[in-house]
Ligand binder design. Structure first.
Ligand code: URA
Length: 209
């Protein structure tokens, strides 16, 4: 079974609660998103490889860990995915960044691609695909498929809130892609929004409607 990790850290849960509240302003939502994305990035990179290297502290020599192995790439699913980038890049400033634009065909609730620009060395990187809401899973699964076609071999998916329907779609389409989320909510409504969710993540972070 592909891995689904719900990050139950109290700081993550507290920030998510504030983000869910209807009364939370755009400015506060954005600040919380930045903070929570750092905490989620911390979790999703937990299994990065370390190698011991000899260094000198001011007092003596020691062996200490440094990151080795695959470098990282983030791929944001436009537009809401962009809200997760700043916080993650603060922790991982050397990560390359790609973008995939998919709009939702509202009738069929299916993704249609309108933009695709990713680093050309995805095959040698751990690719973290970011989108705050894993709802129907169709956009996420289509984005991951496109990223695989562009060469990526090692992919993880990072979101804030997931619906069981979206998790199922992702896990059956991409059993090799583990998912890290702050919450697994109840279900989707008939418009494809997550319940209880937090509303339209893009609108809430950018102040649109
Ligand atoms: N996209 C959102 O922004 N929110 C949802 O609940 C579902 C999809």
């Amino acid at each position: 079974m592909p891995e689904l990790q719900v990050v139950d850290h109290p700081l993550v849960q507290h920030k998510l609660t504030l983000m869910r509240k209807q009364a939370t302003s755009t400015a506060v939502f954005r600040q919380l998103l930045r903070e929570i994305s750092m905490l989620l990035a911390y979790e999703i990179t937990r299994d990065l490889k370390l190698e011991m290297t000899g260094i000198r502290t001011p007092l003596e020599g020691m062996e200490s860990g440094v990151l080795v192995g695959r470098k990282l790439a983030l791929v944001s699913i436009l537009r809401a995915g962009n809200g997760l980038l700043d916080g993650i890049l603060e922790l991982i400033p050397l990560a390359r960044v790609g973008f995939i634009g998919l709009y939702r065909d509202e009738e069929r609730l299916r993704p249609v691609e309108y933009y695709f620009k990713v680093p050309d060395d995805l095959a040698s990187r751990l690719v973290i695909v970011v989108d705050p809401m894993l709802a129907t899973g169709h956009s996420a699964a289509a984005a991951v498929q496109r990223i695989k076609e562009a060469g990526a071999r090692s992919i993880k998916f990072l979101c804030l809130v997931a619906a069981p329907e979206g998790v199922e779609v992702m896990q059956s389409a991409h059993p090799d892609v583990s998912i890290v989320t702050a919450a697994l909510d109840r279900c989707l409504n008939d418009k494809g929004y997550i319940l209880p969710g937090l509303g339209d993540a893009g609108d809430r972070m950018f102040g649109t409607r």
